[in-house]
Ligand binder design. Structure first.
Ligand SMILES: NC(=O)c1ccc[n+]([C@@H]2O[C@H](COP(=O)([O-])OP(=O)(O)OC[C@H]3O[C@@H](n4cnc5c(N)ncnc54)[C@H](OP(=O)(O)O)[C@@H]3O)[C@@H](O)[C@H]2O)c1
Length: 245
């Protein structure tokens, strides 16, 4: 599928994976709406506009249902429609189960899982009317195999996978696809906090023996958005960390 001229909204695109995804879509000729909870810098907007596409900043918290509706409306007002929604914004809040408070647990679920629901629910109404659309949700290998200290995060990301498959089934007949990407360990601010010892231990478990780069995830997002016959799938981009039989 041609991405040139499509309108894409990437949540959590002020840094890390989302920023690289937004850049890759702009390079492919898509108009981009950037998002984060704070103000979107004019430098970041001009950087994407230099690819000859439209770019707007849409600030807001995905965890808030009303804000989610306002953000989707802002994308439609600013770009004309929403063709591709990339639910990328997410947080970690790692703690061992015994030390994890109810607030630690629900905050992760509220942003990573409910936030994905909020954005999709508002976007899908538009996509159903236009009888086309692409949704890509950022899950994680933690949602597939779990991870020590991430009961909250892994639960939210496993939830994203069930959500993705259900939505894919519901909207396929309207020409809308819905897939997930499960990144492994990718070099961003989210993984920067890990100690060198933990990073070394992780590397030993990864068959390709190295952390991934944000561009690896951006390439996967471009591939899924260009592939209208793929839906309900989880694409692992993890150096071989998780291999299904
Ligand atoms: N890095 C990895 O190794 C890895 C592995 C597996 C999965 N992932 C997933 O990939 C996604 C991106 O990760 P990353 O490493 O790029 O994270 P990051 O560097 O921490 O960036 C997160 C982005 O999300 C935004 N954000 C956070 N909460 C938000 C909210 N409630 N509403 C709107 N925006 C919000 C942040 O902006 P503000 O703070 O300005 O709001 C920021 O732009 C996440 O879903 C993460 O779980 C990452």
């Amino acid at each position: 599928m041609e991405l040139k001229g499509k309108n894409v909204f990437v949540t959590g695109s002020t840094r890390g994976i989302g920023k690289a995804v937004a850049q890759a879509f702009a390079k492919a000729g898509a108009n981009v709406a950037l998002n984060g909870r704070g103000e979107i810098s004019s430098d970041q907007i001009s950087e994407l506009e230099s690819f000859g596409v439209k770019c707007i900043g849409v600030s807001g918290d995905i965890a808030n249902f009303e804000s989610a509706g306002e953000m989707i409306q802002a994308v439609v007002d600013g770009l004309g429609s929403i063709d591709i929604l990339i639910n990328n914004a997410g947080i970690t809040n790692d703690k061992l189960m015994l030390r994890m408070s109810e607030e630690d647990f629900t905050r992760c679920i509220q942003i990573n899982l409910t936030g994905t629901f909020n954005m999709t629910q508002h976007a899908i109404k538009r996509m159903m009317k236009q009888r086309s659309g692409t949704i890509i949700n950022m899950s994680s290998v933690s949602g597939l195999i779990g991870n020590i200290g991430q009961a909250n995060y892994a639960a939210s990301k496993a939830g994203v996978i069930g959500f993705t498959k259900s939505v894919a089934r519901e909207v396929a007949a309207r020409g809308i696809t819905c897939n997930a990407i499960a990144p492994g360990f990718i070099e961003t601010e989210m993984t920067e906090v890990l100690s060198d010892k933990v990073k070394e231990q992780m590397n030993q478990q990864i068959p390709l023996q190295t952390f991934g780069q944000v561009e690896d995830i951006a390439n996967a997002a471009i591939f899924l958005a260009s592939s209208p016959y793929i839906t309900g799938q989880v694409l692992n981009v993890d150096g071989g960390l998780v291999m299904h039989g």
